[in-house]
Design a protein around this ligand. Structure first.
Ligand SMILES: [Zn+2]
Length: 325
């Protein structure tokens, strides 16, 4: 019998090559190997199960998919495109330009090409148009020590506000983001480190109640690791923006990301444990009654007189005024 020539020359490596051709992923926390087909199927099935588990989508929704152009959001778009075909839902894409040079300008063309290819309407805007500042402007003030908050704080708050605005314009009944298990574990840990119990208690996975002026948000990738959504994009060769955000390393999130990767590596299942712990905690916490007001500037639901997005804009405007004199 003829032997595999690779196996003859490299007996060990030949076996490994066949092995890697057959399996694309080893899920450490489950101790299971996946072939390409099995893996793509796993991501799609897991997304469907998560949507059902947390009652995220309705059969007649207009779904605004937040697509930044990164691997996670592009994967989400293609998974939803596949699974929502069975329902009378409508998908639209929403995209926000942060104004980060070397990063943001690469994203929009990619998102536009995906929208065209799949035949979805694309709604987009920029922080510059909405707030008068780019994240590069914010970073400049931060490095000059004129603001204490790192650029990610502005970016996160403004993005939430901008995506909501775009979703409202699109007539969407729900907004879907590609936050993964990694993102949620980091957010939970950040809120613990900042002693932000009220924020932690508002971090719910099931579909939020509809409040006028606010489109409910859901996160169908919440039980998938970021490396899994990245592999999905890679296996399907989906075009995405691979450029790293130049300001990410300034944030607490970045430090936690590295720490949690190490923990997950040493103790598979750590990220799931954080998510489960948070869910147990929510069950123990008394239900908070929050009275919502309307932002005096934009009408966005808020607990204060001015929403956080506009509060941050005001800080920058006051700096601009000071620097004029
Ligand atoms: Zn506002």
């Amino acid at each position: 019998m003829l032997r595999d020539p690779i196996a003859v020359i490299f007996p060990i490596h030949g076996t490994m090559l066949r092995f890697f051709n057959m399996y694309v992923y080893y899920k450490r926390d489950a101790g299971r190997y996946f072939s390409k087909e099995e893996f793509l199927n796993y991501v799609e099935k897991k997304t469907i199960r998560t949507i059902q588990k947390y009652d995220m989508l309705r059969y007649d929704d207009t779904i605004a998919v937040a697509v930044s152009g990164g691997k996670d959001s592009v994967s989400l778009l293609y998974v939803l495109d596949k699974i929502e075909k069975k329902f009378p839902t409508e998908l639209v894409i929403v995209h926000v330009d942060e104004g980060i040079s070397g990063y943001s300008e690469l994203s929009y063309p990619i998102v536009a090409r995906h929208a065209k290819k799949l035949g979805y309407r694309l709604y987009h805007t920029s922080f510059k148009d909405l707030f008068g500042f780019t994240i590069d402007d914010v970073a400049k003030y931060y490095f000059e020590q004129k603001v204490d908050l790192e650029p990610c704080s502005f970016c996160g708050e403004w993005r939430r506000w901008a995506l909501n605005k775009l979703a409202l314009e699109a007539g969407a009944t729900v907004l879907v983001t590609a936050h993964t298990l990694d993102d949620f574990a980091q957010t939970i840990m950040m809120n613990i480190l900042r002693n932000a119990l009220s924020r932690l208690s508002r971090l719910v996975l099931s579909r939020e109640k509809t409040i006028e002026g606010f489109v409910p948000r859901v996160h169908p990738f919440v039980e998938l690791y970021e490396k899994e959504t990245a592999l999905y994009a890679h296996l399907l060769e989906l075009e995405h923006n691979d450029a790293p955000c130049p300001y990410a390393e300034l944030s607490m999130r970045w430090d936690l990301r590295l720490f949690l990767y190490q923990q997950e590596e040493k103790h598979p299942g750590t990220l799931y444990n954080i998510l489960r712990f948070h869910q147990s905690l929510l069950r123990e916490l008394p239900q908070q009654k929050i009275t919502l007001k309307r932002c005096q500037l934009c009408g966005y639901p808020t607990t204060t007189d001015i929403c956080r997005a506009h509060y941050l804009e005001r800080i920058l405007r006051s700096l601009k005024l000071v620097s004029r004199f």
